[in-house]
Design a protein around this ligand. Structure first.
Ligand SMILES: [Zn+2]
Length: 210
């Protein structure tokens, strides 16, 4: 009996220490200053869809202990996705804070590919227990950039193939095989193997001017 009481007291003391540790590291998101490098942690409240306009970003929202929220924007083109992140997880991050009308976002959550800057990071500090029923919006999309891969053959025959309708209309299409960028008027637009892109990507198509 005495032993059981001892264990209980020990676990109570440990939980107090743990709680103190969390409190001691508490960082308020509303204290972050625009365009500065920040470090903090927060509980994931929502997983958003990836931003697939290159450079592609993984996006999710975290809150601090005062329920101030922050958008984490994690580049998955030049760095890797934070795998398995879900609502309820405690996430630690370092990156550049950018203020916006909703509070702010933190990007640059990865090391500097050129090695010049210190860069940032994002990691799961404590995973929330798995819940059997997760809302659909919490599903994490695969890490690979989705490409249109339908058939070979002449362009006209590919039109019937399923194009990824949920892709954003950026107005430009990058053909992966040729690195050519097409505009909306081009017969190759959303028809070749590739993905939606920005005007600054690839090289202009010889036919449509990109
Ligand atoms: Zn073209």
């Amino acid at each position: 009996m005495k032993k059981v009481l001892g264990l209980k007291t020990l676990s109570f003391l440990l939980s107090v220490l743990f709680a103190f540790g969390v409190w001691a590291k508490d960082v308020r998101f509303d204290k972050f200053k625009d365009h500065t490098w920040v470090r903090g942690e927060g509980e994931v409240t929502r997983i958003l869809e990836d931003d697939l306009e290159p450079p592609c970003h993984q996006r999710f929202i975290v809150k601090d202990s005062r329920d101030k929220t922050l958008l984490i924007v994690n580049n998955i083109d030049s760095w890797s996705r934070l795998e398995g992140v879900k609502v309820g997880d405690l996430v630690e991050f370092r990156g550049e804070f950018i203020q916006n009308e909703k509070g702010g976002l933190v990007h640059w959550t990865h090391p500097d590919p050129s090695g010049r800057k210190k860069g940032g990071f994002v990691k799961i500090k404590k995973s929330a227990p798995e819940t059997p029923q997760e809302p659909e919006e919490e599903v994490v999309l695969p890490a690979v950039r989705r490409e249109y891969r339908a058939g070979g053959g002449p362009i006209s025959e590919r039109i019937a193939a399923p194009v990824n309708e949920d892709w954003p209309e950026t107005g430009y299409w990058l053909s992966t095989n040729s690195d050519a960028r097409h505009n909306k008027k081009c017969e190759n637009y959303r028809k070749t193997r590739g993905y939606p892109c920005k005007k600054s990507e690839g090289r202009p198509c010889g036919k449509c001017g990109g």
